[in-house]
Structure formats: structure tokens, C-alpha cells
Design a protein around this ligand. Structure first.
Ligand SMILES: [Zn+2]
Length: 299
């Protein structure tokens, strides 16, 4: 299997008649020397077209960003690139990925996709996409380390984090480190995230509890509020609750009508506690995934 990760500094999307993210666009690669991959024979050929990304890919980017407490500021879309790329368009940060490659190469391997997107996101977070010159071994290793970190934070094992990298060729090049160095970088990142735990089941294995926002009972006096949606969107509240539970947060959905101090008409995703101190302790954990979470007295 041929795998290359790309980080391009100058890819300019040429929008064809629309500015919506749903629109299909043609990408013009202005300067090939700013494109980097780690398989030396990977080159971008022909015209590159972008398509709207899947919700799954957008969610994955949000999950990865949550591991560092940041909200995604990227636009992500599918494109006919080898696998994925981090690119800058003016001041906009873009992540492009190949839906075809993901569906055909790693269809049931969520962790491989997290590692791939994590690697590309790291190129943005570390400012690599602002530098000219394309791939260099040190920047590739920085990106690999973050890929391992993201998989570890989201509950994957070291094996999960390294799987994608084991598919790479053993030898490196002027621009790309060899496989062994990359596996090492991933392992270091994974250990930073996990403290080196062994055999801990991923949080996503926690029992799936179906949210019934309409019937959710009033809970403790103090609430850590991790988000709210109007009563018209109970499914959104359930989905958000499931996402946060998968990250290990003991959230539930409440109806704000049941709480004297909350604005009516909302379903809120909360951690309910019985004391103010407990609430602020819980807030620290929640803010790692939801930076704008806050504490409120419910009743
Ligand atoms: Zn890279």
C-alpha cells in the first residue's frame, strides 16, 4: 500500500460559481515546491477538485481539536489528493482528505483516520503550513507525535496509533524520516497523552445510554453546562451527549424548564453535581473538551 501524508503551503481553491462549502471547487496548486509528502514517489498530478466533506470527517476533526481544548478553525473538504493534506489559502486553514482513500484503504479503522487527520492538523497547529519548503523530517516527526497524542487522548491503544505508520516503507528520504523514527514519534505522543497506560479500554466502550431529553429528570443543584440546544432539536442534544460521553465525561441532558435559574426552552448537556466545589472540579475536566463550558446553580 502506498501511503503519503501531505502538507502543502500554497494551494489556492478556485471557486466555480459559488462560495458555499457544499460547492465543488477546482484547486490550483500554485507552487509544487510547497507540497510535501513522505512517500518520495507521491506527486499531485492533474487537476484537484474539492467536494463537501462528510459529517464523520468534520466530527473527527472536532474530536482531535478537543484533545488540546481548541475549537476547529479549519475548513475541511474531500478532494482527489493521495490521502490528506494541510494547506493554507490566504488566511484560511484548510484540511483536504481523500474520501476515496479513506473508504477504500482504512474503511473500518477509525484510529487510522484519526492518526491521518491528526498528522495534518498538527502541521497547522505547529505553523508548518506557513513555512516554505515542504516536508522536512523534523516537521514530519512533530506531526507524527501529535497524531499519537490525539489517538491516545481519544482512547486508542498504542497499536491503534501506530497502525497507519506500519504501512509506510521502511526507508526515509531527504524530506521524510524512515518508518522507525516515525513509529517512535507516534509512541512518544501517545505516551504523553496516556501516561503509558496498557490495556485500558477506550472510553467509547462505555455503555451507550440512549438520551431521552424529554424525560430527563431534574438533577443536582450545581450544573456544569457543556452546551444547549432549543427544544426543537432534541436529537442534537442526544448526539452531543453521546459525543461527550465517548470522551469520558459523565454528561446528561436536562430540560432547562425544570430549573428555576436557567433560561426556559432549552435542552442542556450538563454534568450535574450536588455542590459548588464539585461543579468547579468537574468544570476543569469538561473544559478540556468544551472550552466555553461554565458552571451555573440550577435551583
Ligand atoms: Zn506531513
Amino acid at each position: 500500500m502506498k501511503i503519503g501524508f501531505w502538507c502543502g503551503a500554497v494551494i489556492l481553491p478556485l471557486l466555480l460559481g459559488a462560495t458555499s462549502a457544499q460547492a465543488q471547487s477546482r484547486l490550483e496548486i500554485a507552487n509544487q515546491s510547497h507540497i510535501c509528502s513522505f512517500a518520495p514517489d507521491d506527486v499531485l498530478e492533474g487537476e484537484i477538485y474539492s467536494f463537501s466533506s462528510s459529517q464523520q470527517a468534520r466530527d473527527m476533526v472536532a474530536d482531535i481539536m478537543s484533545t488540546v481544548g481548541l475549537v476547529p478553525r479549519f475548513t475541511i473538504f474531500a478532494a482527489n489528493v493521495p490521502n490528506a493534506a494541510a494547506v493554507i489559502d490566504g488566511e484560511e486553514r484548510l484540511i483536504v482528505y481523500s474520501e476515496d482513500w479513506i473508504q477504500n484503504t482504512i474503511p473500518n479503522n477509525r484510529w487510522a483516520a484519526v492518526a491521518l487527520l491528526g498528522h495534518e492538523i498538527a502541521h497547522h497547529l505547529n505553523g508548518h503550513t506557513l513555512e516554505a519548503g515542504g516536508s522536512r523530517p523534523p516537521t514530519e516527526l512533530e506531526a507524527d507525535r501529535f497524531a499519537g497524542f490525539a489517538v491516545g487522548k481519544l482512547g486508542g491503544s498504542l497499536e491503534d496509533a501506530q497502525w497507519l505508520f506500519r504501512q509506510l516503507p521502511e526507508a526515509g528520504s531527504d524530506t521524510h524520516p524512515g518508518r522507525k523514527a516515525r513509529l517512535e514519534a507516534v509512541a512518544v505522543g501517545w505516551r504523553e497523552a496516556t501516561g503509558g497506560r496498557v490495556g485500558t479500554p477506550p472510553p467509547s466502550d462505555t455503555p451507550q445510554v440512549r438520551a431521552e431529553p424529554q424525560d430527563a429528570p431534574a438533577a443536582g443543584d450545581w450544573l456544569v453546562i457543556a452546551g444547549s440546544v432549543p427544544h426543537g432539536a432534541p436529537d442534537q442534544a442526544s448526539a452531543r451527549m453521546q459525543e461527550l460521553r465517548a470522551l469520558g465525561l459523565p454528561v446528561r441532558v436536562i430540560n432547562t424548564d425544570d430549573f428555576d435559574n436557567l433560561k426556559d426552552g432549552l435542552y442542556s448537556i450538563v454534568v450535574a453535581t450536588s455542590s459548588r466545589d464539585d461543579a468547579f472540579r468537574a468544570l476543569e475536566a469538561v473544559r478540556r473538551h468544551v472550552p466555553d463550558a461554565y458552571v451555573k446553580k440550577g435551583n
